[in-house]
Design a protein around this ligand. Structure first.
Ligand code: FES
Length: 154
């Protein structure tokens, strides 16, 4: 499968999942999947990092720890940290110390908080997931959405 075909397939799977989610009753529980993103000691510096398979961007800014879905709100491609002037295809573990994210599919750019600032995804925002810290480990609760300004201490 070509990279383009893979992205189109992932986008269609994402759209199907969204449709299935919208069809559920409001009382149905939403699945929350914990993602261990490592020891707290590794998250002491400001940075953004992609966990591609889980489609999560874990980050620390001056306010604390937070995480976002890496699924682009335009057509479902993977959004990635953008350390330089060029938007590179997503790669697991891609890291940046500057608050810029991008989607290589159609060129949308996002600020470090997940707000699309340019491109076809603007002005949509990446969904933020709850982050917890316990016993020195950082966990993202994928599926447990929180406001974009929520930060975990750590
Ligand atoms: S899917 Fe991200 S800009 Fe189109």
């Amino acid at each position: 499968m070509t990279d383009h075909a893979r992205r189109r397939w992932l986008a269609s799977v994402g759209a199907a999942s969204l449709a299935a989610g919208l069809a559920r009753c409001a009382d149905d529980p939403v699945a929350v999947v914990p993602l261990d993103v490592g020891p707290l000691d590794e998250w002491q510096e400001v940075r953004w990092r992609l966990f591609e398979r889980a489609r999560v961007i874990m980050a620390r800014d001056p306010g604390g720890l937070f995480a976002m879905s890496a699924t682009c709100p335009h057509q479902g491609c993977v959004v990635s940290p953008r350390p330089g002037p060029v938007c590179l295809p997503p790669e697991d573990g891609a890291t940046s110390t500057t608050p810029t994210l991008c989607c290589a599919c159609h060129g949308s750019n996002f600020d470090g908080d997940g707000l699309a600032t340019t491109g076809p995804a603007a002005p949509l925002r990446l969904v933020h997931w709850r982050v917890t810290v316990a016993e020195g480990r950082v966990t993202v609760l994928v599926g447990d959405s929180v406001a974009a300004n929520v930060r975990a201490a750590g």
